[in-house]
Design a protein around this ligand. Structure first.
Ligand code: AGP
Length: 610
């Protein structure tokens, strides 16, 4: 959601935190702000819109000072404007604070603070924290004690960083629910929402866990628990380099990440395929084969695109591993008194590893005795640190808000997990070898599909004025229909729906006319013939058909107005290939509609509030 960066050291802080903040802009981009401590005073600068607007207002002569905080916002409470942008200060301007999360009891705290004479300048939940800290700090409490004290009264989720004009080289940070890390430099320290903000300066980071507080000064950092007792923490070396976080000459991160999929898939599969044994090696599972055999039920939980890959995982697990598997929206699962126990394996899928609902669903499952696994892309993220074991995607940084390469890597990782479970149960070594060989061939097949991008671009040209689009698929490709529709919705703002093709007859077919483009995902898999009939039904009502079909197909090709061919592979892996043209289609339509593809309106890359 929001992005936070803080710096204390010897160098001019404003430029450093603004540079770091720009790497976090994918987290939220509706307003931004900066606070710098200088000569015993805090100067605060805020602007609506992207960081570039703030930079323009700051001009070339940035405020001087060697301690600063910066924030880019994704509004939850209070409209996105300069007044509600962070940092927020107390009545006297002694304390300045930035926050990522939601203070659930802000209303009550605000009323009590107002009664005690505090004057509020914004409509945000966050500002109550500045005034709560003020109450203790004004009575002489050191900043860290004032923060620890203030947080005792707070309910909700937060990642905060706080400055005081009375302690000019100190930053106090605290985390509960929203991600924060401390980065260690020579004679300087940073606080940030994620590592991308600091990689230009250091790779040594300490991830904060819930209820932890950090105190940063140029030459020291301390980690405390919620009672202010000192804690020892591990310093992690981040292996992503800055280059992989650049656009590298592409017009958009989304296009770069779509075209990176042969490589990201190779990274997901590297060192994990055991062709001879017809199985896989998953070093991070941290669950013995004996314990995996005791698993009687699998629940896969996630949000958004990750939920779509979970659906594909369900089909795989039931077909190849014969383990009863269900898929749950994390936001529903966490509150619906789920039936899970020690014989249940709960798998959480999350690119960012920070999605609040998925994190909470996994915590709830763990609380009820289930084994938990994470399929996560961001190394060191909260979900990755809290689950019992997992599979890292190794897809590399995904900056574009619309998830693309993470989706195909999630499907590949689910196939690896399915092979693991299946070979422990019903799957024969021959069947296992067949899946291993098909996985190994996948990156090359992806290259072939991506070569059809110019064709997809032409089809996008025809659809650019569409107001609604329907996506239809069956079996493994029903979730791909959902994903295609989501991609188009989130980056081009065109209304789109995905449906199991056979469901059409039960209602949506009423929408079909010559204005309604219908995208069919129709590879020659086990349900192909059924899909051909569904295409017939749409054509019979004058619908315009765009078909994703297998090279050399004739059955659907003769009915389609536009077609994109994909190579043959095993049914369970066709979604990796069929999703690619849909990612490109959404991309080209959004570009033609002049949308901000990498930072679509109202969205953020990782949703750290519920
Ligand atoms: C997908 O393009 C969206 N960005 C969104 O639906 C995303 O998949 C969802 O928020 C889950 O994110 P996660 O995988 O990081 O948990």
């Amino acid at each position: 959601m929001c992005g936070i960066v803080g710096y204390t050291g010897a160098r001019p802080a404003a430029a450093l935190v603004l540079e770091g903040l720009k790497r976090l802009e994918y987290r939220g981009y509706d307003s931004a702000g900066l606070a710098v401590v200088k000569d015993g005073r805090i100067e605060v600068f805020k602007a609506p819109g992207k960081i570039a607007v703030l930079e323009k207002e700051l001009g070339t002569k940035l405020p001087s000072g060697t301690t600063a905080l910066a924030h880019t916002r994704w509004a939850t409470h209070g409209a996105p404007n300069a007044k509600n942008a962070h940092p927020h200060t107390d009545c006297g301007g002694t304390v300045a604070l930035v926050h990522n999360g939601i203070i659930e009891n802000a209303g009550a705290l605000r009323a009590a603070l107002t009664k005690r004479g505090h004057r509020f300048r914004s409509e945000t939940d966050t500002e109550v924290l500045a005034h709560l800290i003020e109450e203790l700090h004004a009575k002489g409490a050191p900043l860290v004690d004032a923060v620890v004290g203030a947080l005792q009264d707070v309910e909700g989720a937060y990642g905060i960083a706080v400055l005081s004009s009375r302690e000019p080289d100190t930053i106090v940070a605290a985390r509960k629910g929203s991600p924060l890390l401390v980065a260690i430099g020579a004679g300087e320290h940073w606080v940030a929402s994620d590592a991308s903000a600091v990689l230009a300066h250091t790779r040594s980071v300490v991830y904060l866990d819930d209820e932890e507080i950090a105190v940063l000064r140029p030459h020291e950092y301390r980690i405390l628990d919620r009672t202010a007792a000192e804690k020892e923490k591990t310093v992690t070396h981040v292996d992503w380099d800055l280059g992989t976080m650049e656009r590298g000459g592409y017009a958009h991160f989304m296009l770069k990440e779509i075209l990176e999929q042969p490589e990201s898939l190779r990274n997901t599969l590297r060192g994990r395929l055991l062709e001879e044994e017809g199985t896989v090696r998953l070093g991070g599972l941290n669950i013995t084969d004996e314990d995996l055999l005791k698993i009687q039920r699998i629940v896969i939980t996630a949000c958004g695109t990750s939920w779509h890959s979970a659906l594909i995982g369900e089909y795989m697990m039931e077909e190849l591993a014969r383990v009863p598997t269900e898929v749950e929206y994390a936001s529903e699962f966490r509150y619906r008194n789920p039936i899970v126990d020690e014989r249940t394996l709960v798998i959480g899928i999350s690119q960012s590893g920070e999605t609040a609902d998925t994190l909470a669903a996994l915590r709830e499952a763990k609380r009820r005795g289930a084994r938990t696994l994470g399929l996560v892309n961001v190394v060191g993220s909260t979900i990755a640190r809290e689950v019992d074991g997992g599979v890292y995607l190794h897809a590399g940084p995904e900056i574009g808000v619309a998830s693309t390469k993470a989706f195909t890597s999630q499907i590949a990782a689910l196939a690896l997990l399915t092979l693991k479970m299946g070979r422990l149960r019903a799957l024969s070594i021959l069947q296992g070898r067949e899946v291993v060989r098909a996985l190994a061939k996948l990156p090359e097949l992806v290259e072939r599909v991506l070569a059809t991008a110019p064709q997809v671009e032409q089809i996008a040209e025809r659809l650019v004025r569409a107001q609604n689009v329907l996506y239809l698929g069956r079996g493994y490709n029903f979730p791909v229909a959902l994903e295609g529709a989501l991609k188009l919705k989130e980056i081009s703002y065109v209304h789109a729906e995905g449906y199991p093709a056979a469901e059409m007859k039960h209602g949506p077919i009423a929408l079909i006319d010559d204005l309604m483009p219908v995208v069919f995902i129709a590879p020659q898999d086990a349900v192909y013939q059924k899909v051909v009939s569904n295409v017939e039904e749409v054509k019979a009502r004058g619908g315009r058909v765009i078909a994703i079909l297998t090279e050399g197909d004739t059955g659907v090709a003769r009915l389609a107005d536009h077609k994109i061919e994909i190579p043959t592979t095993l049914d369970l892996l066709t979604p990796v290939l069929s999703a690619l043209p849909l990612q490109l289609l959404a991309y080209y339509i959004a570009v033609r509609r002049g949308c901000n593809v990498d930072q679509p309106r109202n969205l953020a890359k990782s949703v750290t509030v519920e």
